[in-house]
Design a protein around this ligand. Structure first.
Ligand code: TRP
Length: 353
């Protein structure tokens, strides 16, 4: 396929025999389901980690659009939601020059590996996966085989690049356990040391939990307590000013209740250390005015997000560029995927006789 961008010197071209990319960087894979806009929780909790990892690992980040089919999205939304996520990730600093960024459905090699892995995945173990049981309960009319084999597709996503590290949240632990199990089982069945066992990964100590604005719990789409990267200044101000507080400290140096601690956590990620210290002192001597804190917090969030938001708007309006980046990413991902797949085919026995 002809694209305007020169094919980026491909790390996957290096050292084919051992699948070790140039300069021995470990391979990192993570997938993101295209389910709406990114919020501050996604940004500070996950995306900033991805951005940092780009310099130290052979990173592949993809948009898991096949996974989203389990809930039967409308045809007109499929590509649109993938491109929305793509634009937002690029705006946050994922860099196609450093990482391989692609849309899952552009790399068909994954499906063949998915089929092979499914041959060694057993009904009983798939049925026992907690997220399967939950989803089956939530959508009893649509307990499809894709839902059941969600962990095999996820394992295929990871194993197709022989990734070692997978940056994901705690909620993905069981899927990761399955991926390791499928890798191990494949190796055992064929008597090879082929697939490495992928490990979940979070940058040590950096896994900060971003609270919502409603006083308790974390920021989450389904909680309706989010500030989105795409929110404009007025929207952000309105949301922050409405954040839940209490009637104020009654004794000096007292412990902050959760609702107040949450605001301070947001200050910690969005404001300067001086600002944090200023309000912390005001809290400690009981002279704090929540209105002032919120005003400052809102401005700091606005300033932090503004450049990202600008880039989101820019990328979103340039479909040709997004398309080119996706194509370029898919091309790179397919080189890595095709190599694994041909080796797997040989191991399984699809060789010429
Ligand atoms: N299951 C992941 C989630 O819901 C998305 C995902 C799909 C993924 N394939 C993956 C994550 C491969 C990491 C690696 O968030």
């Amino acid at each position: 396929m002809q694209t305007e961008i020169q094919p980026i010197q491909n790390i996957n071209n290096a050292n084919h025999s051992q699948n070790i990319p140039l300069d021995n960087m470990e391979t990192v894979v993570s997938g993101i389901r295209p389910t709406g806009n990114l919020h501050l929780g996604n940004y500070f909790g996950a995306v900033t980690n991805f951005v940092k990892m780009q310099d130290d690992y052979n990173c592949l980040f993809f948009i898991a659009d096949w996974h989203s089919l389990t809930t039967h999205p409308k045809p007109e939304d499929i590509r649109k939601s993938a491109y929305t996520i793509l634009a937002e990730y690029l705006a946050c600093g994922l860099d196609p020059e450093k990482s391989t960024i692609y849309i899952q459905s552009d790399v068909k090699e994954v499906l063949e590996l998915y089929l092979y892995l499914n041959m060694n995945a057993y009904l009983g173990e798939l049925e026992r996966v907690t997220s399967f049981k939950e989803k089956a309960r939530k959508q009893p009319d649509n307990v499809n085989a894709g839902l059941l084999t969600y962990p095999t597709l996820m394992a295929a996503d990871i194993l197709i690049h022989k990734a070692i590290k997978v940056p994901v949240g705690k909620d993905q632990e069981q899927n990761m356990e399955m991926a390791r199990k499928f890798a191990r089982r494949f190796n055992n069945i064929y008597g090879v040391e082929y697939f490495p066992e992928p490990q979940s990964y979070s940058l040590a100590g950096k896994g900060i939990k971003i609270p919502g604005l409603d006083g308790s719990g974390k920021m989450g789409k389904s909680e309706g307590n989010c500030i989105y990267l795409i929110d404009d200044a007025a929207t952000i101000r309105k949301k922050v000013m409405k954040a839940v507080t209490d009637s104020g400290p009654t004794e000096p140096n007292s412990q902050k209740p959760e609702v107040i601690q949450n605001l301070f956590t947001l200050l910690e990620v969005a404001s300067t250390p001086d600002t944090y210290k200023y309000f912390d002192e005001k809290w400690n001597d009981c002279s704090i005015r929540y209105g002032d804190l919120k005003k400052q917090l809102a401005e700091d969030i606005v300033n932090k997000i503004a450049p990202i938001r600008e880039k989101i708007v820019e990328y979103s309006s340039n479909t040709a560029l997004l398309k080119r980046i996706a194509e370029e990413g898919a091309e790179k991902a397919r080189i890595s995927a095709a190599k694994t797949l041909s080796e797997v085919q040989k191991i399984i026995g699809f060789t010429n006789i």
